[in-house]
Design a protein around this ligand. Sequence first.
Ligand code: PLP
Length: 327
Amino acid sequence: MGCPPERIVFSGVGKSEAEMRAALEYGILMFNVESEPELVRLDRVAGSMGVKAPIALRINPDVDAHTHPKISTGLKRNKFGIPHGRAVEVYREAARRPNLEVVGLDCHIGSQLTDTEPFVHALKRVMRLVKMLTDEGITIRHLDLGGGLGIPYEEDSSPPLPSAYADALLKELSGQNLSLILEPGRVIAGNAGILVARVEYVKRGDGRRFVITDAAMNDLMRPTLYDAYHGILPVERSFDREESIVDVVGPICETGDFFARDRLLPTLQEGELIAVRSAGAYGFCMSSNYNSRPRVPEVMVRGERFQVIRRRETMEEILAAESLFPE
Ligand SMILES: Cc1ncc(COP(=O)(O)O)c(C=O)c1O
């Protein structure tokens, strides 16, 4: 909302024609083109609108980001970007097309990176490409290095701070006449949000203890999707509680509906609230209505004040788009 078009880059392996038209009408900074068929389509769409589309090619540098395989995007087996080895050839093709203007180069190697080394490795690879392109008369003005900087989920982890990340990049970029674009997501929002849930039941299984909450995998799917760790705390602090090993699970009929397994936590009581930490990124935006569950409200807290910035959905809203097949 309200983002100026010159600050927008458009990435994604499956841009539709309608999306291309909308972005061209809006006048965004550049399209990060991820394949040759996309290049052909964008050239045609821009031509039909009588405009030139500003483009970067998203290069897949084949660098191991040392992150979870489902959020690793810069290996040659991943669907993203144009293979590093084909980059110059595809840039030549882009430069020849009448309705495209080459303005940049892009790469995004993954998310939740906890070390700067893969970023630097990828940067070195793409900088060699920028030099080769310049030698061919293809000028790169914008270098987009994507997002990906990780955050601490576990209490004892300490991924590099944004300042260390910036230092590592700037060391490689000194003396270059390029505008640098970054697309940070998780590092901005991840630890700014928690998911608050109520304990519905504490259940003794055969040799296990289950804490069953009113929140579920549809509200925060990272644990089941990535086996991700999220810290969990009782909202009411008390220092003399006993601790026990529990599985914290949701009410949905899926064994994958869990927030923590075999976790040592202060002993929780029916009815109390818990906070599932680090839920500000890839939390609500990945949530769904699975099991006809209305999505949770979003509450913004500033100092002592709070505001519901998105209210809880209602059952009527979930059903509103449905209609019966006519008899
Ligand atoms: C192209 C691109 N840029 C940036 C991001 C943001 O990544 P992160 O939240 O890890 O900073 C993503 C995440 O999927 C992405 O696909």
